[in-house]
Design a protein around this ligand. Sequence first.
Ligand code: NAD
Length: 311
Amino acid sequence: MELRRLGVHESVGAVFPPERLRDALAEADPDLAVPVVGDDELDDCDAIVTFAYSESFLDADLRWIHSIQAGYDRFPLDALEERGVALTNSTGIHDTSVGEFAVGLMLSFARRLHTYVRNQQAREWSHPAWDDPFTLDGERLCVVGLGTLGRGIAERADALGMEVVGVRRSGEPTPHTETVYAPEDLREAVADARFVALAVPLTDETEGLVGAPEFDAMREDAYLVNVARGPVVAEDELVAALREDEIAGAGLDVFEEEPLPEESPLWDFEEVLVTPHRAAAERDYYRHIAELVRENVERATEGEELTNRVV
Ligand code: NAD
């Protein structure tokens, strides 16, 4: 694949300044033009690095699209394949960032940090009930999906002394998990867990994966952590489970609709932590993306198969 002009789509500005990525890419390959482009400036681009998907990508003569996210559920895979446009994603870089974030959510619930922040805002010196705080050490975590994110979470939870089990399509063991269940045994896998962390991509198979029957199977003192994609959880059923105290709470970075609508009941639960889809955010994000893209620019130029290829 000949690459002379690689656009950085302005939508990456939702995650980091586009110029940072442009400079990092242009520095590495002076023969490659790397402009920051909007939808109406795609004409001369051979490829694009983007956050959002835009219909204009299909009209432009792009050979390759790189998504700065791991999830690619917003891209029209069939249409891209039909037109011979390669799509690559950014899986493989979020183990540390999302791993730390998911563990941070669990630590907050266990050590009651979210309640102290709330009290501080009200200038209130207030203690939790004596038996509310607990330690993560010895608690059971079930990680659903053991790819980059799932393994990053499992490794960090294991380091904190948690008993980590997981759900994996192959059912084969992975490092830092004591037991691995097959997806059909999901309810059995979550039954004894104090925390259930979701780390699967959004696919036809995983949409609504966690709903009323899973909340029913979970412990009443269990917390759900969703750092995957909103629609992996049936949100109405989550709200019902929280209202009926079927589970203790949830740490949610992703939602069926984002931004989470102001009228969503999820904002109001004391034991729900809402974060704005920022589990992977970190100041070096653009550097990790630059490394992935640079590697694929080299591969494309050498005529080799692209890494992280989705289509
Ligand atoms: P990955 O491809 O490395 O891992 C996904 C894993 O899930 C794979 O091992 C796959 O086999 C497994 N899987 C798929 N369907 C399954 C099922 N039904 N049951 C059990 N396992 C199943 O991807 P990743 O980098 O770990 O990212 C996973 C997803 O997390 C992404 O697709 C994205 O939607 C989301 N994500 C969110 C954030 C965030 O900021 N909150 C950041 C990165 C990724």
